[in-house]
Design a protein around this ligand. Sequence first.
Ligand code: ADP
Length: 510
Amino acid sequence: MSEQATEIHRHYIDGEWTDGTGEETFTSENPATGETLGTFVRGTEEDVERAVDAAEAAFDEWRAMSYIDRAEVLWQVYHELRDRTDELGEIVTMECGKEISEGKADVVEAWHMVEWAAGNARRPHGDVVPSEIASKDAYMRRQPRGVVGCITPWNFPVAIPFWHMAITLVEGNTVVWKPAEQTPWCGQIIAEMMTDAGVPDGVFNLVQGFGDAGNAIVEDERVDTVLFTGSAEVGHKIDQTIGGQPGREVSLEMGGKNGIVITEEADMDVALHSAVMSSFKTTGQRCVSSERLIVHEDVYDEFKSEFVDLAEKVAVGDPLEEDTFMGPVVDESQVEKFHKYNELARTEGANVLVDRAELPQEEIPDGHEDGHWVGPFVYEVEYDPDLRCIHEEVFGPHVALIEYSGDIERAMEIHNDVPYGLAGAIISEDYRQINHYRDTRKAGLAYANLPCIGAEVQLPFGGVGKSGKGAPSAREAIEAVTERTAWTVNNSKDIQMAQGLSADITTQDD
Ligand code: ADP
């Protein structure tokens, strides 16, 4: 085994690598092979407490630096991320199983986010706001909130941490970060990059571990804002804890049961390409992946036949190979959840069209027998608001075809009938249908004639309904990690009030 795999990797707290107070370690495993990639100490509540102590103590000095000086530190990270895209992209692929173009894109997205945040430091901040009183100058200014807790998932193990942390740090906050337990190696490398860049002690802290360490961040009232990306179950719990505590903020981005509407006016090639990308890229494990294809009856048979054909053929294989389309799913619990929902679809009356769920042995690449392999599962089902299989998120290549008849309004009823509202798309050549979709869809991110995956960092990224609260990315994250404050200066010796309020002080002598 390599030194990387045998060494025990540690937390990074208050400028030091530390074993922390826990006794336990955990390993990172390659989902394609089952091979151990590294061993990591498991964080405890005390470790989180120490990290928050450090972040709190470092805050005043960090916030006192200029935006541009803080951004200079992040530019170092930007260059390292950029220079190491290929190497780190392979590590992303090895640790979370996404095929290699996705592994690299994850790193590219991370440096895009750092570029956005650090570049933003040289742009105007706040607003000059008119006052009713000519002699008053009024401003909206921003100030950092303090300690920000970042809790991130495994499926974008480099990009999402930078969605959270790049803006947070440039805006002058300090960070306590817990990466996902499935991808601690990416966490370790990001922490090394922060130290290489010279982030001052205590400004950035990494605690490796599981949900209990994440929960300790949430429970610590000194953490002013929690940024969370992950499952709806955990996100809602965090929201409940923090929602009742004055002065604390939370921004959440969770899952979806995303749909694509394919109307009678769709271009069939665009429809097929978009549907395959949305349903099977990342093996269906993006929070924006599509598990519902809502297709008009006039084009249903043609779409079904060609989609089924492609789903039978998409290349599942070694994610490090460039001709692989789908790698493994992340772990055994994800395999089980996928099979459970496939079974549920069957019991709810689905007509199964493609069943590669138990991937045949001959499709599993040599030397990868211990990986977590599944293939596409596609079914058709008549729309029924009570069916769980078309309302609950699976997070795998589990896709329902739902036929509709009538106009776009009917498609939208089906599209919007889920508790989530993260991503969606319409495929149509008719601009009226497209605009109707744009105006009535329940989804934070939506596309026309495109897959419903593939966001860019400069756009808001967040959901409605059960999918989220706030948008912890690019400019929207600024709202969660800063306070907007009003600042008014009087240029006169007279005090004059707005709204015609009298500024005269009358006394008993008057
Ligand atoms: P996923 O299904 O994508 O793994 P999770 O919501 O389980 O999503 O995990 C996302 C992140 O949240 C991970 O870093 C995980 O360790 C963390 N986490 C899990 N449970 C909790 C919790 N109760 N409180 C805070 N963080 C948690």
